[in-house]
Design a protein around this ligand. Structure first.
Ligand SMILES: NC(=O)c1ccc[n+]([C@@H]2O[C@H](COP(=O)([O-])OP(=O)(O)OC[C@H]3O[C@@H](n4cnc5c(N)ncnc54)[C@H](O)[C@@H]3O)[C@@H](O)[C@H]2O)c1
Length: 328
């Protein structure tokens, strides 16, 4: 049996990753450490909560004693736990430094003290900053984070790098593009807009709506993390992109169209501060070296995603009833 500590496993991508691992391997035991912040939701794991290879621990990645006691029993650590919403980081950056930087440092330090087999840090394309109309982010692209969120993730990446180079901790870093799919907290564009339209409200589009993001289906992302964890070269960084570049306006129109609405439901609002114009990832390294590529076309993925949210209104309603700050 291999033992895996997944942090932030009650969130959007972490819960999908846990489900993926338990479904694919029957010789893996997964411990999920999650603080259940406003976006952590155990309902995301309802279908696997009784799996005998799964256990949940409610706690903070910054808690040294707790993390040490958990890390001592595991082979691998995969760190998803983070504050992850750029808009929140603009309003309240401190918690981003605490969780994303100090929390990662604590996980690294405990992993180093215990001597685990592998530590995988889940990072983001946002650490690279913004692209012009052409080109891609490569693993060699210099880090140039523009938001407090991106800066906190880049800082964590630098710590991971330092723990590999200084102490020889066996680390891996994955940097992915914008994920979409089921169970995403409805503060992020796709579920947020679906929720707004369902309520008969307009959807707020930042600036001219022409900011470009590279959309990655969450199940493809989890397969990629699994691939890097098992086949990745220790000490390396791997970019994971969806190869689906779309402007925010294109995404908005797709959602409006799927829900029987038109452009009248769009409200253009003042642009986000420091809003990066374009992100696009090169998958050359992970494809050529590890043989992974995204399998889900955007057309299929977005249809499955919209259907999922429309068919899971209870999931959405529970979140809304718990937290009045989100989704508005
Ligand atoms: N969603 C995306 O499109 C995207 C893109 C690139 C990178 N990422 C990265 O992937 C990871 C997961 O993102 P997500 O979208 O699933 O995020 P999410 O916000 O849905 O989930 C984050 C989870 O971390 C938990 N958490 C927060 N602080 C914690 C703490 N101190 N201790 C323990 N748990 C804590 C939350 O309760 C939640 O369950 C993050 O590290 C994020 O930076 C996400």
């Amino acid at each position: 049996m291999k033992k895996l500590l997944v942090t932030g496993g009650a969130g959007f991508i972490g819960s999908c990753f846990i489900r993926h691992i338990l479904k694919k391997y029957n010789d893996y035991e997964v411990i999920n450490l999650d603080l259940l912040t406003y976006c952590g939701n155990l309902e995301n794991l309802e279908d696997i909560k009784n799996n005998s290879n799964y256990s949940f621990v409610h706690g903070d990645i910054c808690d040294k004693d707790l993390v040490r006691s958990l890390v001592k029993d595991v082979d691998y650590v995969v760190n998803f736990a983070a504050e992850s919403h750029v808009d929140n980081s603009i309003k309240n950056p401190e918690i981003f430094i605490k969780t994303n930087v100090q929390g990662t440092l604590n996980l690294l330090q405990c992993s180093k003290e215990i001597g685990i087999e592998k530590f995988l840090q889940v990072s983001t394309d946002e650490v690279y900053g913004s692209l012009g109309e052409d080109g891609y982010f490569y693993e060699t692209t210099p880090l140039a984070p523009n938001s407090p969120y991106a800066a906190s993730k880049a800082s964590a990446d630098m710590l991971v790098r330092a723990y590999y180079n200084t102490y020889g901790l066996p680390t891996l870093i994955t940097r992915c593009s914008n994920n979409y799919g089921p169970y995403q907290y409805p503060e992020k564009l796709i579920p947020f807009f679906i929720l707004k339209i369902k309520k008969g409200e307009k959807v707020p589009v930042y600036g001219d709506g022409k900011n470009v993001r590279d959309w990655l289906y969450v199940y493809d992302h989890c397969e990629a993390i699994d691939t890097v964890l098992h086949k990745g070269k220790i000490g390396e960084v791997y970019n994971i992109g969806g190869h689906n570049e779309k402007t925010n306006l294109e995404i908005t129109r797709l959602i409006l169209n799927a829900m029987g609405k038109d452009e009248n439901s769009i409200e253009y609002v003042a642009d986000r501060l420091g809003h990066d114009r374009r992100y696009a990832m090169s998958n050359d390294k992970i494809s050529n070296e590890l043989g992974w590529k995204p399998l889900t076309s955007f057309e299929d993925g977005i249809k499955l995603t919209i259907d999922w949210y429309l068919n899971h209104s209870e999931w959405m309603e529970h979140i809304e009833s718990k937290n009045t700050d989100c989704c508005h």
